[in-house]
Ligand binder design. Structure first.
Ligand SMILES: Cc1cc2nc3c(=O)[nH]c(=O)nc-3n(C[C@H](O)[C@H](O)[C@H](O)COP(=O)(O)OP(=O)(O)OC[C@H]3O[C@@H](n4cnc5c(N)ncnc54)[C@H](O)[C@@H]3O)c2cc1C
Length: 426
């Protein structure tokens, strides 16, 4: 690390290697950083033990190289990684990270109690010295379009925030999700740009010739609800990914106008590969600026060029955020390091780290319960069931069929577009 304005590991308040001392709360760390900017990193639980081992090594390396202020571990979609997320977070703590454990309300019933899973997870986290939780509702379990609360369970992240505050007071620092473009549920298709207000025009996204936007009245509801989450005891907002910095800046201004005063940390999705970029943008209905879209389309068949561009673009976005005055930069690493290092090198935070990056283990970084299919996933389509063996740069997913339901389709594989299959969590 060069002499930069980014805080180093010693300032994260954690006695490296000591598991006995509980973590500090992130909001307190940010306060004591006194405006010194930080980086933080997010990882997801890999599907295999080999992937987990590789991730341990990556987390150790990235901690050594970047001294993140805190380290997030996601909670697999539908609660699919509860035990592993906890294990990774506890191990992160043992190795000197300040762990920020994500926790969702989806599928948390246990022994007939709709919230026992949440109760147990919070207890285990607390007993293990974890003091930071990202309180989330979660996405609907697989096969369900709408999120439905189980009877007597939490209905939204606000309920979870209230529960944590009620049972743990200020013992946990609580972060909640913020959506600069509106949550996807609050984004709807619109006919024409002419129908939109000036602020809607700046927020709208365009996929396959269709326009989507969180209308002003829905955006206001999102803001009111976000304020409720903060007022209920959260002390930090971490944002959904965005590719248009102006949208983040407007979101921060809007939060302030709505009386939300806590730190707002920008979530930065690293552009590592074209298919992931495309799928994630579509899944979250993220606005993709025209120039970004054109460049990504022109590079989509060249994986190395996409990564290099990911560095260029990421650094541009981060510089604009630094100029705006963010407290820190939170990287969704996707369990990889090259693009993150490239960005911090370009920003002058680190020097020559990208040369040292090693992503030979990339194929083991496959998520459990990711929102979209990856190689190795079992998926179901109208023809039957099979396993994803390849995802091509144009988004075509190759599925090796194991069980056909349509007699005329007795071919070994199917070539599907996203939307033509559903992932099975088995
Ligand atoms: C930083 C970040 C980290 C994430 N990490 C994970 C993860 O680890 N695992 C995972 O599975 N998913 C994760 N997600 C995705 C998240 O679970 C989904 O986006 C989910 O659909 C919503 O979760 P939430 O906590 O934002 O929900 P909520 O805060 O409950 O909000 C969901 C939607 O419902 C509306 N809403 C809910 N309750 C009310 C109410 N009472 N009044 C008005 N409106 C209401 C909100 O305005 C919003 O539109 C993450 C998202 C972000 C931004």
């Amino acid at each position: 690390m060069t002499e930069g304005s980014i805080s180093n590991g010693n300032s994260n308040g954690h006695d490296n290697g000591s598991a006995s001392q509980a973590d500090p709360r992130i909001v307190d760390l940010i306060k004591s950083a006194n405006g010194e900017m930080f980086t933080s990193l997010e990882y997801f639980p890999p599907r295999t033990e080999a992937g987990v081992e590789n991730l341990y090594n990556r987390m150790d390396r990235m901690k050594e190289n970047l001294s993140p202020l805190f380290t997030d571990v996601t909670w697999g979609a539908g609660g699919s990684t509860a035990d592993l997320s906890m294990r990774l977070s506890l191990r992160a703590r043992e190795t000197g990270h300040v762990a920020n454990l994500h926790l969702t309300c989806t599928n948390m019933e246990k022994d007939g109690d709709p919230i026992k899973g949440v109760h147990d997870a919070l207890r285990a986290a607390h007993d293990g010295g974890i003091r930071n939780i990202v309180a989330l509702r979660g996405d609907p379990p697989h096969g369900q379009d709408e999120w439905k609360a189980s009877e007597g369970g939490f209905t939204c992240a606000l309920d979870l925030v209230k529960y944590i505050t009620k049972h743990y007071g200020k013992s946990f620092g609580i972060a909640v999700a913020g959506y600069p473009e509106g949550h996807p549920n609050a984004i709807s298709e619109v006919e024409s740009l002419n129908d939109l207000s000036e602020s809607e025009k700046k927020r709208c996204s365009n996929f396959d010739g269709k326009l989507y936007v969180c209308k002003d009245e829905d955006y206001k509801k999102e803001m009111d609800y976000l304020k409720e989450k903060i007022d209920a005891g959260s002390d930090l907002i971490m944002t959904q990914m965005f590719f248009d910095v102006e949208i983040f800046i407007q979101f921060v201004k809007d939060c302030r106008a709505f009386g939300i005063t806590c730190p707002i940390i920008p979530g930065l999705m690293c552009i590592n590969a074209y298919p992931g970029f495309k799928k994630m943008a579509q899944f979250c209905k993220t606005r993709v600026p025209k120039a970004l879209e054109e460049t990504m389309e022109s590079l989509k068949d060249d994986a190395a060029a996409v990564k290099s561009f990911g560095v260029e673009y990421g650094a541009e976005v981060c510089q604009a955020l630094i100029d705006f005055g963010v407290d820190g930069l939170h990287f969704y690493t996707l369990n990889l390091e090259k693009v993150v290092y490239g960005i911090t090198d370009k920003l002058g935070i680190t020097n020559g780290l990208i040369e040292k990056s090693n992503e030979n283990d990339a194929s083991s970084m496959v998520a459990v319960g990711s929102a979209w299919a990856r190689v190795g996933d079992i998926v179901k389509c109208t023809y039957g069931t099979g396993m994803v063996t390849e995802i091509r740069t144009d988004g075509v997913t190759v599925v090796e069929m194991t069980k056909w339901v349509l007699a005329y389709g007795q071919k070994p594989r199917a070539y599907l577009q996203s939307g033509q299959f559903k992932k099975l969590f088995v």
